[in-house]
Structure formats: C-alpha cells, structure tokens
Design a protein around this ligand. Sequence first.
Ligand code: AMP
Ligand code: MG
Length: 351
Amino acid sequence: MSQTWWQKSIKPIAARIVGLAARKPDAANEHQATIFVFGTKLLVTLRGIDAATAQAATAKLEQQFQHMQRNWNAWKSGELTDLNQAIADGRSMAVSPHLLGLIEMAKRFESLSDGLFNPALGGIVGAWGFHSDERPMGYRPDLPAISTLALRKPTMGDVSIEGTVVACTNKWVQFDFGGFAKGVALDMAEETLKSFGIQNALLNAGGDINSMGNGGACPWRISIRDPKSSGVIAVITLAPDEKIYTSGNYERFHEIDGVRFAHTLDPRSGIPVDHIISATVIADSGALADATATALTVAGPRDWHRIARKMGVKYALLVDERGGIHLNPEMRARISFSSDRAFTLIESPPL
Ligand code: AMP
Ligand code: MG
C-alpha cells in the first residue's frame, strides 16, 4: 500500500455527505476522524462528547487497529501468518486471546452458513492472487493447483482448540479472516468507545457500518450503494445499534482474458462466485453482518434466504448481475428507493 495505513484528522464538523452516511447540519458536539485500516478508510463520527474525549478515543482506536492490522493479516508477517505456517508444518500453536476469539467465531459462522462462509480457504484465496494490497494485474492463477487445493477441503471443522492452543488435522487449512475481520474490528472499536463514555457513534469502513446509539440529535441515515454505478440504490434509517455490511464482487476482482474473477470464493469448488454483484445485511453485530454478507454472496439468488435464516439475520438485500434486487419483506418495508435505474424487485418470504 502506498499510503500509510492510518492518517487522522479530527475536528468538529458541519453537515456534509461523508461516504455513505448523510447527516443533518445540527448534530451537536459532533467530531469526525479518518483512520486507514484493513486497506480502507474508516470514518469515525462521534456525537455528544467534547473534543478532548474524541481525540483520546480516536487515538486509542488507532492503536488497537494497528495491532489488528499486524496480527490478522493473511499475507503480512504476524501472528496469523505464524499460525498458518504452523498448520502447514503440522504443528499446533498457542495463540493470543484475540486470535482465539476470531477462530472460535469463524468456526461458529462456518457451521451456521453450511460451510459457505469458510475462513479456512486462505490457501485458495492466495492462489487466486488476492493476497496482496494491490488489485492483481497480469497474474495468472494455476488452475490445476487450485482445484487440487479445493479437493483437500480445508474447513474450520478441521480446527480444534484446547485452552489457548490451536491444532488442525488438515495441513491445507490456511486462515483468511478477510470475510469478517472488519466486522469484528468495528465491534471491538465500539467497546473502546464505550469505555470513554461515548454512546453515539457511527463507524463507516467503506460502506460497512457499525452504528452505536440512536444518533442523538438525528438518527443515522445510510445509503446503500448501487454496485453498477457510483449512485445509490436506496436509503435506510438505522435503528439504534444496528450494523449494516455489504459484500460485493464489483471492487476487488481479478481479470483474466477479459473475464472478471471475484475475490469471494465458493468453498465447494474453490472458484470465484459469478452470480451476485452485492449482498447487504443488517444485524446486531458487525461480525455477524460481515460474515453473513459474504456467505450470501456465495449462496446467491437461489439459496440466500435459507442461509440468511440459518445465520439468524432479519434483513438482507442482494443485487444480481441482471439488476434484480432480492430482498425480504421486512427489508423492503424499511428502505426508500432513490435510484433512477430500473430494478426488478424479487421479494422473498419473511426471514
Ligand atoms: P467480504 O468483502 O466481507 O465479502 O470479504 C471478502 C474476503 O473474504 C475475500 O477477499 C477473502 O479474503 C475472504 N473470502 C473469500 N471467499 C470467502 C468465503 N467463501 N468465506 C469466507 N471468506 C471468504
Ligand atoms: Mg464479509
């Protein structure tokens, strides 16, 4: 990455559109900071506190994100790459409580998603060329090697935990937490903000959003981006403490002979999914919303409803490559469409 991974500016702000969050001009005591984390810009909006508290809380967040960035990355040397090496060597390894928590959650989400969310397939994600900061250009994946890897069926079920020690019976398992690390990180950031007495905050990491509180003076109003244009499909007002995450094929992909390969893989084949453009999920935790959005991207138009129900989320919206919008009636009732583009609405039974 050419930019330093975090840059910060904190100041009281007047109203403006920032990322996907539109705000009213009269939000009292509002402060904003920008932090670079996980290769994306995190916009932190804090309300109802003084500037000194906002400054101190943001500094603490930055410190924590630095730690996560270092230790949860699948391709830069840190605790996670050490663990991946241990698994490849057939060794078990004691890990930190943070990493242990991540692995426990990953096991739970994999099982809830019927294996469609599978953070054990890091070897295959890497083989497709996605373990780099830049969009892979001119990289030609070794397809026979990828199908051999997929046949080894790396899953979280191969992984066991005893105390702080992680062991694995399948040396082809390689962790890649890119499918939900952002959600976990923003959930942890909320705990930090609470320890500073902050009750109202919006954490917006490129459209993946944790809201805290009801927004105070005015509710948090969010735009859902149109994956096919730079515009907006719909807007939604978040209920207090809701999180909204979107997974998409449209930003991170690999082009081979004019064909786009998405960075989300179907664990059953090891091949990038090709049916969904974006999947948006609302849930009570960032980790669940993030993992489910990734799982629904894999599930696609046919299976998303079953998986969303299994994962326990109440609101989902998927955009397919033909401009069809698949959503549940509860989601339909909450959003206001604000696009000139014609979409076909495909409403599912309730979740
Ligand atoms: P997201 O943007 O949250 O959907 O996360 C996409 C990232 O998750 C990819 O860049 C991979 O690092 C990882 N990933 C890809 N496919 C899967 C999958 N089926 N399950 C879990 N993680 C995945
Ligand atoms: Mg995700």
